[in-house]
Each structure stands twice: as structure tokens, then as C-alpha cells.
Design a protein around this ligand. Structure first.
Ligand SMILES: Nc1nc2c(ncn2[C@@H]2O[C@H](COP(=O)(O)OP(=O)(O)O)[C@@H](O)[C@H]2O)c(=O)[nH]1
Ligand SMILES: [Mg+2]
Length: 610
């Protein structure tokens, strides 16, 4: 049972001091932080609560100038401690951090009123009321308020008990089998090499796992893992994790990169999202605005295309497409925050809905409807609609961090590693039926269409074609005959009279010494098409370009070959010619055909059976 808890609140309100008082660990680890007595970057600690529940702690800087660091630590939190100093009350970054917590939808929190030793009861009551009012309408509304003092240690026991109770109601982080570690720190340790840290979500890491650094896709291996400063072999979601990586230098990694299982995450520059503009925002979210996007531990500049309006007013929601300066690794469902670069302010936030959208026309109701369905949780089904020719399950899942099992719930046709929306599958099957019907009408004497030809007419990829055919056969749209594809009802109709009957008569007149096939065709008026149909049906056997036997003659000749070999151990052209009473030309062609068919094997002038 493990959770990650973050701090939030204005500078100098006692966040870091509180964490030290609770854990004995000073989260201000940088020399500059110690010298200035001020948190600059994220700090980390850990604590075992009275119940035995273990928590990792992320301590954030409160200074407005270091908001970007605060944001890098604010994702993946199970709960937050909103810290407000009793002597100062609610201050600008109290509000801004609260906005961030609210936009990231952190639902569990405690309001910790610190420095209670500095004020009297009446003042404390006023501050308590002020904080309650401030959190109203946010995800922390109604959170318990706990006065504490790091100096007198008043309230610390109550605080750990309250945190324990709060987390008792929290479900463990879902392990969807698709771990992601948004990296918030990279350093080298002598004897270890490259180490990254972060808050692990969505899955587990184990020592020895091969991982991928996204974006970029660099392969690395997890050489060692630490959780709360202790070596572990394996660690699950909802943990602060340090991972020692092999195969990568420190200089090749940075905050914002994501460590994930190979092939499970997509790097994207364009994404669709729902947004909400914070109620107190000094400006609306304007179409075309250049903003800073924060999600996971990454910060990136991007342009905001407002899809269904020219601007989104403070307190309102809308649909946007974000176009980023560079690709980042995200998944549908991820929360994000948008800030204006100058003056630096948190203005909006929301949920990523599509990590690989097309450019949309603005004010398009179909786009709006599709986004609304995604926002309602229907991401995979919507994603599947993008692939009219099917998609591999793995590629589909890259759109989200949904567990693989969610694929089973889709209205779709699953064939091997491939998946087709019901609509796509109906269209492919209908098209196959139409193409085959047209082909049979054009070539009634052919038993069917070559596989490759049907593939290109359907426009499906070579990779998916085998499963597509398998599915079409199973559904009764297609049959496979003589290596070609046909509609089940198709049969080659050869009449009892006419050129085909004539050809068989001409070839069968002197069955072992038939005229050349070209001569027989000329005499009977049969064309290539008809010859092919007769071959496919097995009425004639074409042993070379210009020699064909009737079925009966061929079968007899093969029997003779086997008989001679049975008696003499082998057969020569002369032996067979004498036995068949035929001329040399068809006999030679027959034997070469049998060699090619691997019935016989040539050794010198003789043939043996294979
Ligand atoms: N009197 C009193 N001072 C405190 C208390 N907690 C923190 N401080 C002081 O407040 C200042 C800022 O604390 P710090 O933890 O760095 O604040 P942060 O910026 O929120 O992390 C430091 O000088 C602390 O000693 C407290 O409970 N009582
Ligand atoms: Mg601090």
C-alpha cells in the first residue's frame, strides 16, 4: 500500500519545515536551497503512517518564479497537503497552487494551517474560514483543516492520523500493465551511472526490464531500483522511484522525458483536449494564443486552437487543439495545465483526449461530438474509427494508457493482432464481395482472383491481409480455391459441347502423343482462358508450354512411370517412350514436369522416385 503525497502553497508558509518535522528528512537538498533557506526545485521524502501505509512525499517550491518546478512534481499525486501559514493566510501562490491542484483534479487533500504558534485562537479561526472559502468550488472543497506548528509540534499527530484516514479511502493506483515514469530528475552516481527519478504511474518496473525513453525511443535497461532510499527488485504504481539505467548518458536525458515500456506510448506534437479556464483568470483563453503546456513532468510551448469559439472566458470550458513546438509523450486521459509565458500565470487546464488528431476545421460539429464522446470515456472506440483499414491492437493502445483488457469491450472485429471497428469490417467485407463479383463477371472461366490483387483492391496492408482473408473466409464472404480467392457461389461453368469439349477430344485422340497445345487450341477454337479453366478444373494437365495431356492420359502415364521404377529401380526417357508408345517430345516434357513437381528426381539419364 503506497501513495504519493505532494505539498502546495505559498513561499515561506512552512511546507519544507513541515515535511522535515514529519519525516526527519530535509527536502531542501540543493546547496543553494540550504544557503537561501528556500525551496527552488522539487524535494523528496517518505513516511510510514500509523497504519503502516507508506507514502512518498513531493515537496514543491512556493515561489512564483519556480512554478514550473512545482508543476513538474504535481502530477500523479494521490493526495495533497495545501499549506497556509496562520500569520499570513491565503496568498497568491496559495491560490495558484490550488488552481493547479484543481485543474489536475487531485481529489484528496488536507489543509494544513502552519505556524499556529504565532497566532491566537481567534486569528486561527479567521484564517481557517478564509481557506475554507478559498477552496470552495475546487477539488479540495470541504477538506479537513488542521492547525499545526513545527516549533511546538502541535497538530502533527492529528495530521498523520488525518492523512492515514484520507488515504484509507483512496483506491490504489491502477496497474494497467503500462508503466510510465515522467522523469523529474536526472543525475549520475559514482559506481551506478545514470539515475532518474519520478512518480511512477499506470504499471510496475522491475530490475532488468527493457524500457524506452520517450520521445525519441532510446532503449535503456533498468539496472537497479530504489524506493524510499531502499533497494527493491520491483516497484508498482503510486510510488516515488529512482531507477538506475544502463545504455544512456545523463546528458541524453532530461526532465519531461518519459520512461515507458517499448512501443506503448506515442510522441505527439498535436493533440485534442477539453479545457477549463480558471475562474479567476485575468484573461480569457484566446484562439491562437501561445501558451506553456505542463503535463506529467514536461513543459513545452504550444499554440492553442480554440475549436468551437474565438475564445473561452474565465470559468468556462471548451475544446481545443494544441500544436506544440516539439513532440512529447502523452496519452489520452492525461491532465495538463496551461500557463501564459508573460506575465507568467496559470490560465487553464484540462484533459488530453486525442494524441494523434488531424487538423480540424473549426466550428465542426462532428469534431465536437467525437471529442465529447472521448471526454465521456469512449476514447478507444473513437480512436478505432480513425482506422478504416484496421490497426494493430498495440498501435491502438498507444492512444491511451487503458489496460489491454479494455480492447475486449470494444464493438469491433478482432483478428489476431489486428482490430477493425464493426463499421470498417463491414466495409472491407462488402468491398471484397463487390470486387470478387465484378471479377467473376469479367473472367467467368477463372476460378478466382489472385490474393495480391484482392489485397491491393481492398487497400489493406500486407501485414493485415492474412488475417483479413481469414476473417472473410470465416464470415463466408470468400473461399480460397486453387490458391486464388473467389466468392463462395462462384463456379466455373464449362458446357458439354463447344470448344472445351473439342479441345479434350483433340488432345485425347492419340492420348500419349497429343498435338502441340497450340495446334490443339487452333483446331478446337479454345482460347488461353479456357485452357486455364480446364487446367484448374483438372480436366487437362499442362506439363509444358506446348504439351498438355488429358487427365486420364496423364494419370496413366504417371502410373507407368511408377511401375517401371518399381520393377527396374529407375526410368529413362527411352524406357517410358517405349512403354507409352509415344514420341519423345511429350515424354520428355512429362518427365521434366514430374521432376519439377518433385515426384521424380533426375540422376544422369534416369529418374528415381522421390
Ligand atoms: N514559528 C514557526 N515558524 C515556522 C514554522 N514552520 C516554518 N517556519 C519558518 O518559516 C520559514 C519558512 O519555512 P519553509 O519551510 O522554508 O517554508 P516553505 O517555503 O513553505 O517551504 C522558515 O524560517 C521556518 O523556520 C512553524 O510552525 N512555526
Ligand atoms: Mg520549501
Amino acid at each position: 500500500m503506497s501513495f504519493v503525497v505532494g505539498t502546495a502553497g505559498h513561499i515561506d508558509h512552512g511546507k519544507s519545515t513541515l515535511i522535515t518535522a514529519l519525516t526527519g528528512i530535509d527536502p531542501d537538498r540543493l546547496a543553494e536551497e540550504k544557503r537561501r533557506g528556500m525551496t527552488i526545485d522539487l524535494g523528496f521524502a517518505h513516511l510510514t503512517l500509523p497504519s503502516g501505509r507508506e507514502i512518498g512525499i513531493v515537496d514543491v517550491p512556493g515561489h512564483a518564479r519556480f512554478m514550473r518546478n512545482m508543476l513538474a512534481g504535481a502530477h500523479g499525486l494521490d493526495a495533497v497537503l495545501l499549506v497556509v501559514a496562520a500569520d499570513e493566510g491565503v496568498m497568491p501562490q496559495t491560490r495558484e497552487h490550488l488552481d493547479v491542484i484543481d485543474l489536475l483534479d487531485v481529489q484528496r487533500g488536507l489543509i494544513v494551517v502552519t505556524k499556529a504558534d504565532l497566532v491566537d485562537e481567534d486569528w486561527l479561526a479567521l484564517v481557517t474560514e478564509e481557506v475554507r472559502a478559498t477552496t470552495r468550488g475546487t477539488s479540495l472543497a470541504g477538506s479537513e483543516v488542521i492547525p499545526v506548528s513545527a516549533v511546538t509540534r502541535q497538530g502533527l499527530t492529528e495530521l498523520t492520523a488525518a492523512l492515514d484516514a484520507l488515504l484509507a479511502g483512496a483506491s490504489l493506483r491502477e496497474d494497467s500493465g503500462r508503466p510510465r515514469l515522467p522523469i523529474d530528475r536526472v543525475f549520475t552516481m559514482s559506481g551506478f551511472g545514470t539515475v532518474v527519478t519520478g512518480t511512477l504511474v499506470d504499471g510496475s518496473f522491475a530490475v532488468g526490464d527493457e524500457m524506452e525513453v520517450m520521445p525519441g525511443g532510446r532503449r535503456v535497461r533498468i539496472r537497479g531500483l530504489q524506493r524510499h532510499n531502499r533497494k527493491v527488485e520491483r516497484v508498482g504504481p503510486g510510488n516515488r522511484v529512482a531507477a538506475n539505467l544502463s545504455g544512456v548518458e545523463k546528458s541524453e536525458l532530461s526532465r519531461g522525458d518519459v520512461l515507458a515500456r517499448p512501443g506503448t506510448l506515442r510522441a505527439s506534437r498535436r493533440m485534442d483536449a477539453s479545457v477549463r479556464v480558471v475562474a479567476s483568470a485575468a484573461q480569457q483563453l484566446r484562439h491562437g494564443a501561445e501558451l506553456l503546456l505542463h503535463t506529467g513532468s514536461v513543459e513545452v510551448t504550444g499554440r492553442t486552437i480554440v475549436l468551437d469559439a474565438d475564445e473561452i472566458a474565465a470559468g468556462k470550458t471548451g475544446w481545443v487543439q494544441l500544436y506544440l513546438e516539439r513532440p512529447i509523450a502523452v496519452a489520452a486521459g492525461d491532465r495538463f495545465v496551461l500557463r501564459t509565458p508573460s506575465p507568467p500565470m496559470t490560465i487553464a487546464g484540462g484533459t488530453i483526449l486525442d494524441v494523434a488528431p488531424r487538423k480540424h476545421a473549426r466550428h465542426d460539429s462532428a469534431v465536437r461530438e467525437s471529442l465529447a464522446r472521448r471526454a465521456a470515456g469512449d476514447v478507444l472506440q473513437q480512436e478505432l474509427r480513425k482506422y478504416p483499414r484496421g490497426v494493430t491492437v498495440q498501435a491502438l493502445l498507444k492512444a491511451t494508457v487503458a489496460p489491454d483488457a479494455e480492447v475486449q469491450t470494444l464493438k469491433a472485429r478482432r483478428l489476431g493482432d489486428w482490430i477493425f471497428s464493426d463499421e470498417a469490417w463491414r466495409s472491407i467485407a462488402g468491398r471484397a464481395g463487390d470486387e470478387l463479383a465484378a471479377y467473376h463477371a469479367a473472367y467467368p472461366l477463372r476460378s478466382g482472383m489472385a490474393r495480391e490483387e484482392l489485397r491491393s483492391r481492398l487497400g489493406v496492408s500486407p501485414a493485415s491481409f492474412p488475417v483479413v482473408i481469414e476473417g472473410l473466409v470465416r464470415d463466408g464472404w470468400v473461399v480460397e480455391r486453387n490458391g486464388s480467392l473467389a466468392a463462395p457461389e462462384h463456379a466455373v461453368e464449362l458446357g458439354e459441347s463447344g470448344p472445351q469439349a473439342e479441345l479434350l477430344r483433340v488432345l485425347g485422340a492419340d492420348p500419349f502423343t497429343p498435338p502441340s497445345l497450340q495446334e490443339a487450341m487452333r483446331q478446337s477454337g479454345a482460347g488461353e482462358e479456357l485452357v486455364r479453366a480446364l487446367v484448374q478444373r483438372g480436366d487437362i494437365v499442362r506439363v509444358s508450354d506446348d504439351v498438355a495431356f488429358t487427365e486420364g492420359a496423364f494419370d496413366s502415364a504417371v502410373a507407368m512411370v511408377k511401375e517401371i521404377i518399381g520393377v527396374s529401380g529407375s526410368v529413362t526417357v527411352a524406357q517410358l517412350r517405349d512403354r507409352m508408345g509415344a514420341s519423345r517430345r511429350p515424354v520428355l516434357a512429362l518427365l521434366e514436369y514430374l521432376d519439377a513437381q518433385r515426384v521424380t528426381r533426375r540422376v544422369g539419364d534416369s529418374r528415381l522416385l522421390r
